[in-house]
Design a protein around this ligand. Structure first.
Ligand code: S3P
Length: 173
């Protein structure tokens, strides 16, 4: 089975949905953020603080290149993974890329109680979310499909991804 790759802004539910899809389809759940933390033996906050975002992006690209060589995985990517074209190429070559979308308010609501996202640990996270979303919109638009998580229940999102993955499998047979 080819991979199912979830991309999308922080707080769009990628981890919850990817875990549920992996369980449903008996596929391996892989988080690029977890792999980065393992590889660097540091949290993402520490990597941003001590080595900076460019360093983080370089590690993220190398992790994406590695996971894209393996099959039968549901890959949960970090929200900024799409900003490098090479990442999108590797991910697309490994399977179907699905973007989870949500509006600014929903993202703010879902992220405000957490402190593990360095980009949102700032004075005005709402503004940061708005700016980053606008900047990244053209990159998220490169996904094969987009699902609006604000309009669907988690169950419906999972069902839709399973349907898309089954269609992809049939098309390849
Ligand atoms: C980031 C999103 C995070 C993580 C890092 C940077 C981003 O992942 O990779 O904090 O640039 O949007 P989540 O989308 O899983 O929060």
């Amino acid at each position: 089975m080819q991979n199912i790759v979830l991309v999308g802004f922080m707080g769009t539910g990628k981890t919850t949905i990817a875990t549920a899809v992996a369980n449903r389809l008996g596929m391996r759940y892989v988080s690029t953020d977890d792999l980065i933390e393992k590889k660097e033996k540091s949290t993402i906050n520490e990597i941003f603080q001590k080595k900076g975002e460019d360093y983080f992006r370089a590690v993220e690209s190398s992790v994406i290149r590695d996971v894209s060589c393996m099959e039968n995985q549901v890959i949960d990517t970090g929200g900024g993974a799409v900003i490098r074209g090479e990442n999108v190429s590797y991910l697309k070559s490994s399977g179907i890329v699905i973007c989870l979308a949500a509006d600014e308010e929903a993202v703010m609501e879902r992220t405000k109680k957490y402190k593990h996202r360095p980009l949102l640990n700032c004075d005005d996270p709402k503004r940061k979310i708005r700016d980053l979303m606008a900047k990244r919109a053209p990159y998220y638009a490169k996904a094969d499909y987009t699902l609006d998580t604000g309009k669907l229940t988690a169950r419906q999102v999972v069902d839709e991804i399973v349907r898309l993955a089954e269609d992809m499998k049939k098309a390849k047979e």
